[in-house]
Design a protein around this ligand. Structure first.
Ligand code: 13P
Length: 261
């Protein structure tokens, strides 16, 4: 990390309905308030399912919470005959700050291509949303191409047509580490995050590269977050399973206090 504000992001995936979301967000906010958490020191963003977003917005706004939130996907289109899709316009109206794009589960289970992901990134930016662009290699890719070729290629493809001053977040999530309990080592994460930053510099220029947060994701827990956050090119974490456990997630957010970084 340099002067980039660390971001701890919780991707709930398809978990927690809107009533559960309200209870969870309330408890998380209390837990972080009790711990005197400074959101300007470590930013916190939650990614609930679409159907929870209005409830989360109402709670965040009523209680003036400093938690940021966003959606887990966005349509490349603004409006029209796209059954089942959600426009960035709608997300912006719900005060979403962020949107996850190109998660490996969308790439694999929904066959999303680099081109579609690039179009979604441009759509998010158009509507004032910060894309959290996910990239990462499978175990087979790792064996065949080494650690950074696939994620760097995915980043390059998604950045086509993106303005050089774009506000984006990149999340390096090795597919083999997601939900497996076997996280990358901090050194592995650093190597790829540094390569991603170099690609950002080549594509968007050194200033944007220096300002862009690059997160690590894949089996992040309170017990391993410190190691990742010590690395100079890792600016936070995209947390899946552990983001659904209040105590775990709250401890990950408070990594500075609890693990002495
Ligand atoms: P886990 O933290 O459950 O490995 O999930 C990571 C992830 O996919 C976050 O987007």
């Amino acid at each position: 990390m340099t002067n980039r504000t660390p971001l701890i992001a919780g991707n709930w995936k398809m978990n927690l309905d809107h009533l559960q979301a309200i209870a969870f967000v309330q408890k998380l906010a209390w837990s972080l308030k009790d711990a005197s958490h400074s959101y300007s020191d470590v930013e916190v963003a939650l990614f609930p399912p679409f159907t929870d977003l209005r409830s989360v917005q109402t709670l965040v706004s009523a209680d003036k919470l400093e938690l940021a939130y966003g959606a887990q996907d966005v349509s490349a289109h603004d409006s029209g005959a796209y059954t089942g899709e959600i426009s960035g316009q709608f997300l912006a109206k719900l005060d979403c700050a962020y949107v996850i794009i190109g998660h490996s589960e969308r790439r694999t289970l929904h066959n999303e291509t680099d081109e579609q992901i690039g179009a979604k990134v441009r759509a998010a930016l158009k509507h004032g949303l910060v894309p959290v662009l996910c990239v990462g290699e499978t175990a087979a890719d790792l064996e065949e191409f080494g650690p950074s070729a696939v994620p760097v290629g995915q980043l390059k493809a998604a950045l086509a047509g993106v303005p050089s001053d774009a506000n984006i977040v990149v999340a390096y999530e090795p597919v083999w580490a997601i939900g497996s309990g076997q996280a990358a080592t901090p050194e592995q994460a650093e190597q790829v995050c540094a390569a991603l930053r170099a690609e950002l510099a080549a594509t968007l220029g050194p200033d944007t590269a220096a300002a862009t947060r690059v997160l690590y994701g894949g089996s992040v827990k309170s017990g391993n977050i410190a190691g990742f956050m010590r690395e100079p090119n890792v600016d936070g974490a995209l947390v899946g399973g552990a983001s659904l456990d209040l105590d775990e997630f709250s401890a990950i957010v408070r990594f500075k206090k609890h693990v002495g970084v």
